[in-house]
Design a protein around this ligand. Sequence first.
Ligand code: GDP
Ligand code: MG
Length: 163
Amino acid sequence: MSFTVAIVGRPNVGKSTFFNRLLEQRKAIVDDVSGVTRDRQYGVTDWNGKTFNVIDTGGFVAGSDDVFESEIRKQVKIAIDEADALIFMTDVAVGITELDEAMADMLRRYKTPVFMAVNKVDNSERQLAATEFYSMGFDEIFFLSSMTGSGTGELLDAITALI
Ligand code: GDP
Ligand code: MG
C-alpha cells in the first residue's frame, strides 16, 4: 500500500523548505516531465522504516502573498484527492491570517486526517508565541522549525503511525 502526505498552507509558511528537508536524506524528487503539475512537487521519503510519498503544493504562487482564496481552494481539493493525510502548515512569524482561517474551515469539511503544523518555531520566544494557534481549534499542534529541524521528528512520528 502506498501512503501519500500532502503539505498545504498559504504561501511562504515554509512548505517547500520542509519538503526539501524531508527529501534531503533520500533525493527522490519526481521530475515534472509532462508540465501538467507545475504547481506541485512530488517526492518519496521514509521515516521509522516506513516509506511514503510527499506532495508539496502551491509552488505556483510561491514568493507571493497575493494569492486568491480560489487558488488555495483548488490546491486543497487536489491535495485531498491525492493524499491519505495532510500537513496544514502555518507560520508563527506572521501569526494567524485570514487565509489560514479559510483553509482551516475548508479542511474541517473532509475526513482526511489533518496534522496542524506551526512552522518557523526556531527558538523559545517563538514557542511561546505559537500557543496562539491553539485558538484555531485543532486538538493537536506540531511546533517545528523546518530551518533547524527541531520538532519535525514528532510530526513524522505521528504521521507514520498511520501507515
Ligand atoms: P512556501 O511558500 O510555503 O513553500 O515557503 P518556503 O519554503 O518557500 O519558505 C518561505 C520562506 O520562509 C523562505 O525564506 C524560507 O527560508 C523561510 N523559512 C522556511 N522555514 C523556516 C523556518 O523554520 N524558520 C525560519 N525562520 N524561516 C523559515
Ligand atoms: Mg513552496
